[in-house]
Design a protein around this ligand. Structure first.
Ligand code: C2E
Ligand code: MG
Ligand code: MG
Ligand code: MG
Length: 288
């Protein structure tokens, strides 16, 4: 009987495997088509400074499946990385984000910036800098309004070529930040060598604030380290007013999270940004 069960288990396992594999193949085909037909969609999540104004937005990629559902990046970014499709996808994301910002800023008195997530694969490819230059030229967006979010993993490999490319990007005037900071293994020495201007404190530190002592100590330590290195800090995953208040009191200057604003479609986020700046202008007039 045990043998019987064992056999069944094996069969079920195979069935699952091929279903998974099929899903993956479908996803890969959809991804390929989406990129080819310029159909990667971007949602934008506003980022706020401590006085509640929007200072920036983060571009977040979405893919539409053949059946019309919106697929989150956790599902297709790993495939894009495995297949190398992340390179053309990354260029498309950058172009769309810069174009969106250029158009959005036309109606804003205080221009905001946009941040774009960059995979380690794009950085190791060696063509990122050329792509950025090309996109900035094409869209006419000033370099200082573009920020690239990098992951700790690629920085830790400590490759001279990567450092060289980051320095070139920095010289172009693009800002560089480290995403999900605290989840990787950045050493102080490596951080110090990198032309990075800010870190994004990972959501895992923020989610237990301000009630869990460990999180309080950890987040304060990361903040102290960032300050010592002269880096700006953006807190991600801010969901509650208590978290927001704690972070602002701890010296965090910029915040992002569902509690402040969720990622929205390109149109909705543009309206949101426009309405917000008009409101704060109005508020200033009323207060004046
Ligand atoms: P990330 O760069 O750390 O982006 C933040 C993610 O956290 C987004 O998920 C966002 O929707 C989510 N988030 C924001 N605020 C909150 C909050 O208060 N609570 C919770 N629970 N979540 C929050 P999303 O859009 O699913 O993106 C997931 C990840 O996929 C991103 O994490 C980024 O690493 C990657 N990604 C997204 N777009 C791109 C892209 O164009 N290129 C690359 N290479 N990676 C991308
Ligand atoms: Mg990010
Ligand atoms: Mg992040
Ligand atoms: Mg994160």
């Amino acid at each position: 009987q045990a043998k019987q069960a064992g056999k069944n288990t094996v069969r079920v396992f195979h069935a699952n495997m091929s279903a998974t594999l099929q899903t993956k193949v479908d996803l890969e085909n959809d991804l390929h088509d989406s990129i080819l037909h310029d159909r990667i969609e971007l949602h934008y999540q506003p980022r706020f400074n401590a006085n509640g104004s929007i200072c920036s937005v983060e571009a977040l990629a979405r893919m539409r499946s053949r059946t019309g559902e919106l697929i989150p990046p956790a599902q297709f970014i790993p495939i894009a990385e495995e297949t190398g499709l992340i390179i053309p996808m990354g260029e498309q994301v950058m172009r769309k984000a810069c174009k969106w910002l250029k158009d959005t800023n036309k109606k804003l008195k205080n221009p905001i910036s946009v941040s774009v997530n960059v995979s380690g694969i794009q950085l190791l490819d060696g063509k990122l800098c050329g792509t950025v230059e090309k996109v900035l030229k094409l869209t006419g967006l000033p370099a200082k309004l573009l920020e690239l979010e990098l992951t700790e993993t690629v920085l830790m490999q400590n490759q001279e070529t990567v450092l060289h490319d980051l320095n070139r990007l920095h010289e172009l005037g693009v800002s560089l930040s480290i995403d999900d900071f605290g989840t990787g293994y950045s050493s102080l020495a490596t951080l110090h060598r990198m032309p990075v201007q800010s870190i994004k404190l990972d959501r895992s530190f923020v989610s237990n604030l301000p009630n869990k002592t460990d999180s309080v100590i950890l987040s304060r330590t990361v903040l102290a380290m960032a300050q010592a290195l002269g880096l700006g800090v953006v807190a991600e995953g801010v969901e509650t007013a208590e978290q927001r208040d704690f972070l602002i009191e701890s010296g965090v200057l910029e915040l992002q999270g569902f509690g402040l604003a969720r990622p929205m479609t390109a149109d909705d986020s543009r309206q949101f940004v426009w309405a917000q700046q008009i409101t704060s202008d109005k508020a200033k007039k009323i207060l004046a």
